[in-house]
Design a protein around this ligand. Sequence first.
Ligand SMILES: Cc1ncc(C[n+]2csc(CCOP(=O)(O)OP(=O)(O)O)c2C)c(N)n1
Ligand SMILES: [Mg+2]
Length: 594
Amino acid sequence: MPTVSDHLVERLSAWGVKRIYGYPGDGINGIMGALDRHSDRVEFIQVRHEEMAAFNACAHAKFTGEVGVCLATSGPGAIHLLNGLYDAKLDHQPVVAIVGQQARAALGGHYQQEVDLVSLFKDVAHEYVHMALEAAQIRHLVDRSIRIALAERTVTCIIVPNDLQEADAVETPPHKHGTIHSSIDYTRPRVVPHEDDLRRAVDVLNAGERVAMLVGQGALHATDEVIEVAEILGAGVAKALLGKAAVPDDVPFVTGGIGLLGTKPSWDMMMDCDTLLMVGSSFPYSEFLPEEGQARGVQIDIDGRMLGIRYPTEVNLVGDSAETLRALIPHLQPKTDRSWRQRIEDGVREWWQILEARAHNEADPINPQLVFWELSKRLPDGCILTADSGSAANWFARDIKLRRGMMASLSGTLATMGPGVPYAIAAKFAHPDRVVVALVGDGAMQMNGMSELITIAKYWKRWSDPRLIVMVLNNHDLNQVTWEQRAMQGDPKFEASQDLPDVPYARYAELLGLKGIRVDDPDQVGAAWDQALGADRPVVLEAITDPDVPPLPPHISLEQARAMLSALAKGDVDRRGVIRQTLRDKVEEFIPRR
Ligand SMILES: Cc1ncc(C[n+]2csc(CCOP(=O)(O)OP(=O)(O)O)c2C)c(N)n1
Ligand SMILES: [Mg+2]
């Protein structure tokens, strides 16, 4: 007789779920038993911490478009999931969390590990969180949790008490009053605005003389359409972080990132445009967008809730980005005056030269930008990149030139530390034939990455191409925040909070049976990447980098410059190095170039 847990696993499998990331506990022993019995259909991947399982599930969704599934025990395991689930929710990824609970008869009895899980998950999984009380619920709880996660691109949760997990399955509820008869199958709709609304957008876009496009993760599948529209409109294309792979960085009118991690050509374009076309992006920082009234705006988003909240756009279109752009294209008039476009392309060309020069500025010992610059030149076709929150996200955003067919992601909206390595692991499971590179700081490595190296060591032999490179920026500093404190608060570096203990990451990797490469000489950075990319197993590439190289916004405001000077005046411990590096990088922008 199949149990409720067998039924649960079979139903997940029938939905196409092939892999579940999780960690065991007595709240889910029944489900673990069923996963063992069905291991030919659904693979269980054991991680070190439930937060990682949630990051894995989020990354699975990001890199496959499928629903990601994670599993945790009641109480502590469920609580551990939360940060990863919020990462998925905020980045609009379909993730289903399955968690155990104490036995039904014990609930309400201050029982061991009894946590009010429906309330706990009520925010992160507000679209759908339910606890099963009856075997007959399992079928529709699975069906609805997956369908709602996919349809709303969000996190859902089902809670299964441990005694129910072992009860006899009810695969088909009785045909009577008070039962639910659900089914599998979900297809994404084709969402295109009405013709009248497309027309209104066309009028705005055709009237503009200096069009700027901003694309985000909603445009990841609309590469050709974005490029074609930009060609017709003579526009430049800036990219929000999650949309970095939407348009290749080698396209001459792609201005790159926007915002604190962005580029000067994106900044210049936003400051001078008269028309803004936003596609699949909810980039939050208004100071990097045109001032209200400067530009007429059109926004396209699949989710009506995300429209008209970043810039007072005049035409807000609910639609799939590729479909909607395709519908607009026949009505757009080619801009004959190409001077705006020319200005953008000139700015982009010059910016890449500045980045190259900045990457080659001397530092002590290695300039972190050089590490990214050297990787960028060597990226294998079809590789997948992940980055962690920290200065790595800056250099990833700016210095890496993604080409067509590559994928890249990070925690875009929650901007949490710690997903770099677990994202990379999920990328390897989803695409074992592709090279995956995680770009993480030493803080993130100490927080999550080091323990997840154990997961890599456990599983890497299953991957057809074993190459997974974890690059650690070993700067002994929580550098991104150290710089924020300088530039925003005008505070000097607070060593008690910012300094990180030194850890031999490469040697630790070797201890685990992985390859470890440590580089502290700028002349060896390229060779280190070659070695890592040629390895026969996963690699930790530890780069000893200089914390005094500023991950500065493309355009420092006067206030930020003042704040920084005051931080330095208050006796910043790294003062000399900071001034030297800031000046070096700034000077690069003013050197005239061919
Ligand atoms: C979970 C979490 N805690 C704290 C932060 C704030 N934070 C953002 S970046 C950062 C520093 C990261 O340091 P590290 O990983 O060493 O990278 P670095 O900036 O030094 O390259 C911190 C503390 C965060 N985003 N997420
Ligand atoms: Mg660091």
